[in-house]
Design a protein around this ligand. Structure first.
Ligand code: SAM
Ligand code: SF4
Length: 312
């Protein structure tokens, strides 16, 4: 197992496979795109996956942009799943393309899906995503369940003045479904870097609104609760109010091949063109210099990138 200079293990890679997306979420998507030729090729992505696993990574999450817009996504998943030491292959998606892809993704070895859904109201969904339709996202969620993905995690970004009145409706979903509904604090970066303060809602708001939630054990970065007797759980991911840098085990690789050891740092290591031992050595060196933590609440995010180029 590889550890950074502070002894934190680094076994989780979030691999952004594209910055392109079939949505334009207001808080996420920047105006610029990585030029076509600079997106990592299938071969480069597989080589990076192999090297990361050789360096100790045991879980890979594919993200984007929208990872399912990559025409070779199934081939990529099949190739990564063939790495014997990889324990978990997961993917984060807006669910819009899942009606056609959920079953094939399962066949090529994707084990878990995280689905993003910020509202349960059609007109709000259209407004926030600018291109998406709620009914397509809901059809995607159903397709994921039918394909056997369980437990599903639903990511809901808390957007002050936009969806906080829907917190009870999202929590109520956990009475009917064995899902983990995870409320995520909005991080000030890219298009939302300078949104007004009231847009940034602390996770605690969920607990204040739904006092009957009972704590259950945490899972990864999510602190978790449950409604009495409910099959599903409620998670809070609070990068601002409860930063989890001390236990951060993540590496990120951007759609254009830059390794980031901290989401909010400016530091990046260019992996493009590297292969074999040179690639592994570069990953190890970058990890050794992983920052102790971000200072999001004091300085804001230092990264110049928008979220669709990093992958969340
Ligand atoms: N397109 C896919 C999706 O939406 O699930 C994968 C990529 S998206 C960048 C990954 C996650 O990052 C989504 O759940 C999205 O809501 C979240 N996200 C984007 N910008 C964010 C921000 N500024 N703060 C917190 N979460 C953000
Ligand atoms: Fe696309 Fe996901 Fe960003 Fe929305 S949050 S614009 S779906 S990458």
């Amino acid at each position: 197992m590889i550890t950074d200079s502070l002894g934190r293990k680094a076994d989780y890679l979030r691999l952004s496979v594209t910055d392109r997306c079939n949505c334009r979420c207001l808080y996420c998507m920047g105006p610029e795109e990585v030029p076509d030729g600079e997106l990592l090729s299938l071969e480069q992505l597989l080589e990076i996956g192999r090297a990361a696993v050789a360096c100790g990574v045991r879980k890979i999450r594919l993200t984007g942009g929208e990872p399912l817009t990559r025409p070779d996504i199934l081939e990529l998943c099949r190739g990564l799943n063939a790495l014997p030491e990889l324990k978990e292959l997961c993917l984060t998606t807006n669910a819009l393309l899942l009606p056609a892809l959920a079953a094939p993704l399962r066949e090529v070895g994707v084990q878990r899906l995280n689905l993003s859904l910020d509202t349960l109201r059609p007109e709000r969904y259209a407004a926030i995503t600018r291109l998406g339709r709620l009914e397509d996202a809901l059809a995607g969620i159903r397709a994921a369940e039918e394909a056997g993905f369980s437990p599903l995690k639903l990511n809901v970004v808390l957007l002050g003045g936009f969806n906080t009145d829907e917190i009870p409706d999202f929590v109520a979903l956990t009475r009917e479904h064995p899902w983990e509904v995870r409320f995520i604090e909005l991080m000030p970066m890219g298009p939302c870097a300078h949104w007004k303060k009231s847009c940034f809602v602390p996770g605690q708001t969920v607990l204040d609104l739904i006092p009957e939630l009972e704590p259950v054990e945490s899972a990864g970065v999510a602190r978790r609760w449950r409604l009495p007797g409910a099959p599903g759980t409620v998670g809070l991911i609070s990068p601002l109010s409860h930063a989890f840098c001390e236990t951060c085990n993540r590496l990120r690789i951007t759609a254009d091949g830059r390794l980031k050891t901290c989401l909010h740092s400016r530091e990046e290591t260019d992996l493009r063109g590297l292969r074999g031992a040179a690639l592994e050595e570069t990953i190890r060196r970058a990890l050794a210099a992983k920052p102790a933590g971000h200072r999001l609440t004091e300085t804001g995010s230092q990264t110049a990138r928008t979220m669709n180029r990093i992958g969340g």
